[in-house]
Design a protein around this ligand. Structure first.
Ligand SMILES: [Zn+2]
Length: 258
């Protein structure tokens, strides 16, 4: 029996950056969204990722250093994750579970806004965030996790069917980071596969291409193949988190089936 589940894509700002940072062989400049997702389930309100840190609205350089300029950070008060949740008629305190797809700064920024939620994350990402590969260290803001050391963390060492009914499945997809995850959501009429950062642009999915700063290129490629296998098995809509076309497609899908 299917359980009614509602999914929203929340706006969380923009980056404008060199496409070559996002996929091996990429060239030119690209503007990408930094979304999060909210899922209403009969047993809880689930947030997938927390976007950028609220402090970055007023002080992007103070919060992220040179990265703020390098990524052309475009982030305003109304795009804070808690403001986006409020715009849908909920409060941040209504959120019961937060899935952190991985521990990069553009996914961990709002963690401190949800002190009472349960946090689900691929287990290796907790330690990796504090001791990443030097080439990737710029993408972590350990302050986001330091502030949440006392929170309720559930580090995942295997895939998890969050409520045991097949509606929200957290899937380990290591490579981009050691604990990266994707989330498969079953709506009433279809499955949606939220990639996390398993891939960043559509050609990475098609041609199975990693990102230059991935933790493990080989694991990344294996995870992209797994992502495609799972999407095929469930006839799922694959929504690449940082892809504008997918972002718009998801907003259309959730208008209809949300
Ligand atoms: Zn990332």
């Amino acid at each position: 029996m299917s359980t009614p589940v509602q999914l929203w894509a929340l706006d969380g700002g923009r980056f404008t950056l060199d496409r070559g940072l996002m996929v091996v062989g990429g060239s030119g400049t690209l503007t990408i969204p930094v979304p999060t997702y909210l899922i209403r389930h009969p047993r809880g309100l689930v947030l997938v990722d927390t976007g950028l840190a609220p402090a970055a609205v007023e002080d992007p350089e103070g919060t992220y250093g040179p990265l703020a300029t390098m990524l052309g950070l475009d982030f305003t008060e109304d795009l804070r994750v808690d403001r986006q949740i409020e715009a849908l008629g909920f409060a941040a305190s209504d959120v019961t579970h937060v899935i952190i797809s991985h521990s990069h700064f553009d996914h961990t920024g709002g963690i401190s806004l949800f002190p009472n939620a349960q946090f689900l994350i691929g287990a290796p990402d907790l330690s990796y965030a504090f001791w990443p590969l030097p080439a990737a260290s710029v993408f972590f803001r350990s302050a986001d996790l330091e502030a949440a050391r006392g929170f309720h963390w559930r580090p995942l060492t295997a895939d998890l069917d969050l409520f045991g009914d097949g509606t929200i499945r957290i899937l380990l997809m290591p490579g981009h980071t050691p604990g990266n995850t994707s989330t498969l959501v079953r709506l009433e009429d279809r499955h949606v596969l939220l990639t996390g950062d398993t891939v960043h642009v559509s050609e990475a999915l098609t041609a199975e291409l990693p990102m230059p700063s991935d933790h493990s290129t080989l694991d990344s490629v294996h995870s992209i193949r797994r992502l495609k296998d799972i999407a095929h098995a469930h006839e799922a809509e694959v929504i690449i988190q940082h892809d504008f076309d997918d972002w718009n497609r998801l907003r259309e899908i959730t208008k209809v089936s949300g």
